[in-house]
Design a protein around this ligand. Structure first.
Ligand code: C2E
Ligand code: SIN
Ligand code: SIN
Ligand code: FE
Length: 391
C-alpha cells in the first residue's frame, strides 16, 4: 500500500497525522475502538452518561481556588446595570461599523475593563446574567456574554492581565462580521438553507475586513474574528484549520461562542439548560474543541453552572446559585420544589460544600420537563420586563 507512514497500524494521536491521512490517497481506515476512541457516530460510541462521568472525574480533583470578593446576590445588581450599558454600547458600536465608520478601540477597552472588574469580583454574576437574553437582543448580548466568558477563561488559563484584556476585546468583537449579513438571514426564525448558511459563513472574513485597517485592533483580536468557527478536526471554516494550526485565543473563542449560543434564546432556537449544554459540548468536544481549553472552560463556569436545574439526593429540586471555590460538584443551591410530590417547598439556599455526606447533586433536570415559569428569577433575584433583563 502506498502511504506516507512507516507503519500501517498505529495510535493516531496527532492532528498532523490525521491531516496526512486525509491528504494521502488512503480511502479507508480501520478503527479499533477497543484500543481507543471511536468517531462520533461509530458503533462503539460511548453513551452520553459515560461522557458526563468522564468529564466529572477529570475535573473534580483539580480546580484552582477562585477567590471572589463579592457575593453573587450583590454583584448581580451591578452586573445587570453593566449588561444594560454594555448592550447599548455594542448596539451603538456595531451600528457605527455597519455605516462604514471605524470602531473606537479606546471605548471597547474601557468597556472590557469594566466587565473584567465585575468578573473578578464574582464571575458567576456577569456570565450568567449575560446569558438571559431575548432572541431580539441575541447578537449584541452574545458579544457581551462571550466577552465575559473569554475573560473568565483567560484568567482560568493563567494568562497575563494584558492577555486577559485581549481575550475580552476579542470576545466582544468576534461576531462583528455578522453586521454585514442581511437581517433576513441573521434573524431568520427557522433553519437556514444551504445557500443562506454559505452566506453566513462569510461573517468571519467580513469581521476581519471591518477591523484589519484599524491600528488599535491587535492581531489576536483579528485572529479570533477570523477563526472562531474553526474546529480542531479540520471541519470548521473558513480555512479548515487543524489542531495546532488554530491559535489559543481562537480555540478559546470557539468554546465560549458555542456555550453562549446554545444556552441562549436565539431567533431560531431557545436556549438549553447550562449543565445540559456543558454535557452536550463534552460529547462534541473531541472534534470541535481543544481538550485542554474545554477543560479549563468547564473549570471556569462549572459542571453545573449558575442557573442549572438540579435534583438533590433528598429528592429536592434546586437551582444552582454560586460555584464553590475549589469543587465543581458542591455549588450553593437554592432548593424550591419536591420532585416526587410535585409541590413547592420553602425556598432555601444551601451550601453543598458544608453538607458533604448528607446532601448532594444526583443529576441535572431538564427544565422543559417541569415548566417552572420563573427559574431565572430564582437565582438572579431579578424581575424581567417582557422577557428582557437589560431594557
Ligand atoms: P450562533 O447562533 O451564534 O452559533 C454559534 C455556533 O454555536 C454555531 O456556529 C455552532 O458551532 C454552535 N451551535 C449553535 N447552535 C447549535 C446547535 O444546536 N447544535 C450544535 N451542535 N452547535 C450549535 P455555526 O453553526 O457555524 O453557525 C454560525 C451562525 O450561523 C450562528 O451563530 C447563527 O447566527 C447562524 N445559524 C446557524 N444555523 C442557523 C439556523 O438554523 N437558523 C438561523 N437563523 N441561523 C443559523
Ligand atoms: C453536532 O453534534 O451537531 C456537531 C457538533 C459540533 O459542532 O462539532
Ligand atoms: C416555585 O414553583 O416554587 C417557583 C418556580 C419558579 O419560580 O419558576
Ligand atoms: Fe460567529
Amino acid at each position: 500500500m502506498e502511504h506516507p507512514f512507516w507503519k500501517a497500524k498505529f495510535l493516531l494521536d496527532s492532528a498532523k497525522d490525521l491531516q496526512r491521512i486525509r491528504d494521502s490517497g488512503i480511502e479507508e481506515v480501520w478503527i479499533d475502538a477497543d484500543k481507543g476512541l471511536d468517531v462520533p457516530d461509530g458503533s462503539a460510541a460511548v453513551s452520553q452518561e459515560q461522557v458526563a462521568a468522564e468529564v466529572e472525574q477529570l475535573l473534580v480533583a483539580e480546580v484552582d481556588a477562585k477567590p471572589v470578593s463579592t457575593s453573587l446576590e450583590e454583584e448581580v445588581k451591578r452586573a445587570q446595570k453593566l449588561c444594560a450599558r454594555s448592550k447599548d454600547a455594542v448596539v451603538a458600536m456595531f451600528g457605527e461599523v455597519r455605516m462604514g465608520h471605524a470602531i473606537d478601540a479606546e471605548r471597547v477597552v474601557e468597556l472590557v475593563d469594566e466587565i473584567t472588574a465585575s468578573v473578578m469580583r464574582n464571575p458567576d454574576a456577569m456570565i450568567s446574567l449575560a446569558r438571559l437574553k431575548t432572541s431580539d437582543e441575541y447578537t449584541y448580548m452574545h458579544s457581551v456574554a462571550v466577552c465575559a466568558l473569554m475573560i473568565a477563561l483567560a484568567r482560568q488559563l493563567g494568562l497575563s492581565d494584558e492577555q486577559v484584556r485581549e481575550a475580552g476585546v476579542a470576545g466582544l468583537l468576534h461576531d462583528i462580521g455578522k453586521m454585514m449579513i442581511p437581517d433576513t438571514i441573521l434573524n431568520k426564525p427557522g433553519k437556514l438553507t444551504d445557500a443562506e448558511f454559505n452566506t453566513m459563513r462569510d461573517h468571519p472574513m467580513a469581521g476581519l475586513k471591518l477591523l484589519k485597517d484599524n491600528r488599535d485592533i491587535s492581531a489576536i483580536v483579528l485572529d479570533v474574528c477570523l477563526h472562531h468557527h474553526e474546529k480542531v478536526d479540520g471541519s470548521g471554516y473558513p480555512h479548515h484549520l487543524v489542531g495546532e494550526q488554530i491559535s489559543l485565543f481562537a480555540k478559546m473563542g470557539a468554546v465560549c461562542d458555542v456555550y453562549d449560543a446554545i444556552t441562549s434564546n436565539r431567533p431560531y432556537k431557545s436556549g438549553w439548560d447550562p449543565a445540559e449544554s456543558i454535557r452536550k459540548m463534552a460529547e462534541w468536544s473531541k472534534g470541535h474543541f481543544d481538550q485542554a481549553v474545554f477543560q479549563a472552560f468547564v473549570k471556569s463556569v462549572g459542571i453545573y453552572p449558575t442557573g442549572s436545574l438540579v435534583r438533590l439526593e433528598s429528592g429536592r429540586l434546586g437551582i444552582v446559585m454560586e460555584q464553590h471555590a475549589t469543587s465543581l460538584l458542591t455549588p450553593r443551591v437554592k432548593v424550591f420544589f419536591m420532585a416526587k410530590s410535585k409541590t413547592p417547598i420553602p425556598q432555601q439556599i444551601i451550601d453543598l460544600a458544608k453538607l458533604v455526606g448528607r446532601e448532594k447533586i444526583v443529576g441535572r433536570e431538564a427544565p422543559e420537563d417541569w415548566n417552572f415559569p420563573r427559574l431565572e428569577e430564582l437565582w438572579s433575584g431579578l424581575p424581567s420586563k417582557n422577557g428582557s433583563y437589560f431594557g
